[in-house]
Design a protein around this ligand. Structure first.
Ligand SMILES: *[C@@H]1O[C@H](CO)[C@@H](O)[C@H](O)[C@H]1NC(C)=O
Length: 185
Protein backbone atom coordinates (compact mmCIF):
# COMPACT_ATOMS: atom_id res chain seq x y z
CA UNK A 1 0.00 0.00 0.00
CA UNK A 2 1.60 3.22 -1.16
CA UNK A 3 -0.17 5.63 1.17
CA UNK A 4 1.05 8.68 -0.73
CA UNK A 5 0.27 7.48 -4.27
CA UNK A 6 -3.10 7.54 -6.00
CA UNK A 7 -4.13 4.06 -7.20
CA UNK A 8 -2.86 3.21 -10.69
CA UNK A 9 -6.35 2.68 -12.13
CA UNK A 10 -7.28 6.19 -11.07
CA UNK A 11 -4.16 7.82 -12.53
CA UNK A 12 -4.69 5.96 -15.78
CA UNK A 13 -8.42 6.45 -16.17
CA UNK A 14 -9.16 9.80 -14.59
CA UNK A 15 -9.72 11.41 -18.01
CA UNK A 16 -12.55 8.94 -18.70
CA UNK A 17 -14.55 9.74 -15.60
CA UNK A 18 -17.38 12.24 -15.37
CA UNK A 19 -18.24 11.49 -11.76
CA UNK A 20 -15.87 9.79 -9.35
CA UNK A 21 -17.00 8.64 -5.90
CA UNK A 22 -14.40 7.46 -3.40
CA UNK A 23 -14.91 5.81 -0.06
CA UNK A 24 -12.82 4.00 2.48
CA UNK A 25 -13.06 2.98 6.09
CA UNK A 26 -13.62 -0.39 7.67
CA UNK A 27 -10.61 -2.26 6.34
CA UNK A 28 -8.08 -0.03 8.08
CA UNK A 29 -7.46 -2.54 10.87
CA UNK A 30 -4.68 -4.89 11.99
CA UNK A 31 -6.62 -8.04 11.08
CA UNK A 32 -7.06 -7.02 7.42
CA UNK A 33 -3.50 -5.74 7.19
CA UNK A 34 -2.14 -9.03 8.44
CA UNK A 35 -4.54 -11.31 6.53
CA UNK A 36 -3.84 -9.55 3.23
CA UNK A 37 -0.12 -9.24 3.99
CA UNK A 38 -0.28 -5.56 3.19
CA UNK A 39 2.84 -3.50 3.80
CA UNK A 40 2.49 0.26 4.10
CA UNK A 41 4.87 2.44 2.05
CA UNK A 42 5.50 6.17 1.97
CA UNK A 43 8.02 7.77 -0.39
CA UNK A 44 8.63 4.38 -2.01
CA UNK A 45 9.88 2.85 1.24
CA UNK A 46 8.27 0.83 4.03
CA UNK A 47 7.10 3.33 6.65
CA UNK A 48 9.54 4.31 9.35
CA UNK A 49 7.37 7.03 10.87
CA UNK A 50 6.02 5.54 14.14
CA UNK A 51 2.96 7.76 13.95
CA UNK A 52 1.91 6.27 10.61
CA UNK A 53 2.19 2.74 11.99
CA UNK A 54 -1.04 3.59 13.79
CA UNK A 55 -3.71 2.64 11.28
CA UNK A 56 -5.99 5.56 12.15
CA UNK A 57 -3.15 7.94 11.25
CA UNK A 58 -2.28 5.93 8.14
CA UNK A 59 -5.89 6.15 6.97
CA UNK A 60 -6.03 9.87 7.65
CA UNK A 61 -2.75 10.43 5.81
CA UNK A 62 -3.95 8.40 2.81
CA UNK A 63 -7.33 10.11 2.62
CA UNK A 64 -5.68 13.55 2.74
CA UNK A 65 -3.09 12.53 0.12
CA UNK A 66 -5.56 11.21 -2.42
CA UNK A 67 -7.92 14.15 -1.88
CA UNK A 68 -5.13 16.67 -2.43
CA UNK A 69 -4.00 14.84 -5.56
CA UNK A 70 -7.52 14.80 -6.98
CA UNK A 71 -7.97 18.47 -6.18
CA UNK A 72 -4.82 19.24 -8.16
CA UNK A 73 -6.06 17.10 -11.08
CA UNK A 74 -9.42 18.85 -11.28
CA UNK A 75 -7.74 21.77 -13.05
CA UNK A 76 -6.96 19.45 -15.99
CA UNK A 77 -10.39 17.79 -15.99
CA UNK A 78 -12.91 20.61 -15.76
CA UNK A 79 -15.88 18.30 -16.47
CA UNK A 80 -15.01 15.90 -13.68
CA UNK A 81 -16.89 15.90 -10.38
CA UNK A 82 -15.23 14.14 -7.45
CA UNK A 83 -16.99 13.06 -4.28
CA UNK A 84 -15.66 11.48 -1.13
CA UNK A 85 -18.34 9.44 0.57
CA UNK A 86 -18.18 9.37 4.36
CA UNK A 87 -18.00 6.10 6.27
CA UNK A 88 -20.95 3.73 6.29
CA UNK A 89 -21.99 3.11 9.90
CA UNK A 90 -22.50 -0.30 11.51
CA UNK A 91 -24.92 -1.31 14.26
CA UNK A 92 -23.61 -4.38 16.09
CA UNK A 93 -25.27 -4.76 19.49
CA UNK A 94 -24.03 -7.08 22.26
CA UNK A 95 -20.87 -8.03 20.42
CA UNK A 96 -18.92 -7.30 17.26
CA UNK A 97 -19.13 -8.84 13.77
CA UNK A 98 -17.13 -11.87 14.93
CA UNK A 99 -18.36 -12.18 18.50
CA UNK A 100 -22.12 -12.64 18.27
CA UNK A 101 -23.15 -9.02 17.69
CA UNK A 102 -26.63 -8.56 16.26
CA UNK A 103 -29.11 -5.98 14.97
CA UNK A 104 -32.61 -7.30 15.59
CA UNK A 105 -34.67 -4.14 15.46
CA UNK A 106 -37.15 -4.11 12.54
CA UNK A 107 -38.81 -0.73 13.14
CA UNK A 108 -37.25 2.23 11.32
CA UNK A 109 -36.16 5.36 13.18
CA UNK A 110 -36.71 4.15 16.76
CA UNK A 111 -33.76 6.29 17.83
CA UNK A 112 -35.07 9.48 16.23
CA UNK A 113 -35.76 10.65 12.71
CA UNK A 114 -33.68 13.78 12.38
CA UNK A 115 -30.06 14.74 11.85
CA UNK A 116 -29.55 18.07 13.60
CA UNK A 117 -25.75 18.30 13.80
CA UNK A 118 -24.20 20.71 11.33
CA UNK A 119 -20.94 18.82 10.94
CA UNK A 120 -20.19 15.37 9.61
CA UNK A 121 -19.90 12.29 11.82
CA UNK A 122 -16.83 11.41 9.72
CA UNK A 123 -14.19 13.95 10.71
CA UNK A 124 -11.45 12.45 8.57
CA UNK A 125 -13.25 12.74 5.25
CA UNK A 126 -14.84 16.09 6.16
CA UNK A 127 -11.41 17.47 7.11
CA UNK A 128 -9.72 16.14 3.99
CA UNK A 129 -12.15 17.70 1.50
CA UNK A 130 -12.33 21.05 3.31
CA UNK A 131 -10.83 23.78 1.15
CA UNK A 132 -10.64 21.51 -1.92
CA UNK A 133 -12.94 21.04 -4.91
CA UNK A 134 -13.65 17.47 -3.83
CA UNK A 135 -17.23 17.32 -2.57
CA UNK A 136 -18.49 15.60 0.54
CA UNK A 137 -21.12 12.87 0.14
CA UNK A 138 -22.10 12.81 3.78
CA UNK A 139 -24.19 9.73 4.49
CA UNK A 140 -22.96 8.73 7.96
CA UNK A 141 -25.33 10.48 10.35
CA UNK A 142 -28.47 9.79 8.33
CA UNK A 143 -27.54 6.12 7.95
CA UNK A 144 -26.86 5.90 11.68
CA UNK A 145 -30.63 6.34 12.12
CA UNK A 146 -31.30 3.12 10.17
CA UNK A 147 -30.10 0.23 12.32
CA UNK A 148 -32.95 -1.91 10.94
CA UNK A 149 -31.68 -1.63 7.36
CA UNK A 150 -28.78 -4.11 7.59
CA UNK A 151 -28.73 -7.67 6.28
CA UNK A 152 -28.78 -8.92 9.88
CA UNK A 153 -29.42 -12.70 9.98
CA UNK A 154 -31.00 -12.81 6.51
CA UNK A 155 -27.92 -13.23 4.36
CA UNK A 156 -28.08 -16.04 1.75
CA UNK A 157 -25.01 -17.56 3.37
CA UNK A 158 -26.33 -17.03 6.89
CA UNK A 159 -24.57 -18.95 9.62
CA UNK A 160 -26.17 -19.54 12.99
CA UNK A 161 -25.24 -16.74 15.39
CA UNK A 162 -23.52 -14.58 12.79
CA UNK A 163 -25.27 -11.35 11.85
CA UNK A 164 -24.28 -8.76 9.29
CA UNK A 165 -24.93 -5.37 10.86
CA UNK A 166 -22.55 -3.57 8.49
CA UNK A 167 -23.75 -4.21 4.93
CA UNK A 168 -27.21 -3.02 3.89
CA UNK A 169 -30.25 -4.63 2.32
CA UNK A 170 -31.11 -3.52 -1.21
CA UNK A 171 -33.38 -1.84 -2.08
CA UNK A 172 -32.46 0.18 0.98
CA UNK A 173 -30.31 2.82 2.58
CA UNK A 174 -27.62 3.03 -0.16
CA UNK A 175 -30.39 4.09 -2.59
CA UNK A 176 -30.77 7.20 -0.47
CA UNK A 177 -27.03 7.82 -0.79
CA UNK A 178 -27.54 7.67 -4.56
CA UNK A 179 -30.36 10.20 -4.37
CA UNK A 180 -28.10 12.58 -2.45
CA UNK A 181 -25.36 11.99 -5.02
CA UNK A 182 -27.74 12.63 -7.92
CA UNK A 183 -28.97 15.83 -6.27
CA UNK A 184 -25.40 17.09 -5.83
CA UNK A 185 -24.37 16.13 -9.38
C1 LIG B 1 -5.24 14.21 9.40
O1 LIG B 1 -4.18 14.76 8.64
C2 LIG B 1 -4.26 16.16 8.49
C3 LIG B 1 -3.23 16.61 7.47
O2 LIG B 1 -1.96 16.15 7.77
C4 LIG B 1 -4.11 16.83 9.85
O3 LIG B 1 -4.20 18.23 9.73
C5 LIG B 1 -5.23 16.32 10.76
O4 LIG B 1 -5.08 16.82 12.06
C6 LIG B 1 -5.25 14.80 10.81
N1 LIG B 1 -6.45 14.36 11.51
C7 LIG B 1 -6.45 13.34 12.34
C8 LIG B 1 -7.78 12.99 12.94
O5 LIG B 1 -5.46 12.69 12.61
Amino acid sequence: MHLDRPPAFMRKNLHRFVVLVLNTGHHWNRGKLRANRWVMYVNGKPIEDKGLADLANAKNFTVYSVTRWLDSQLSYHPRLKVFFRTISPWHFLNGDWNSGGSCDNTTPLTGGSEVVQDKSSDEVIEGAVRGTRVKLLDITALSELRDEGHISRYSVKATQGVNDCLHWCLPGIPDTWNELLAAQV
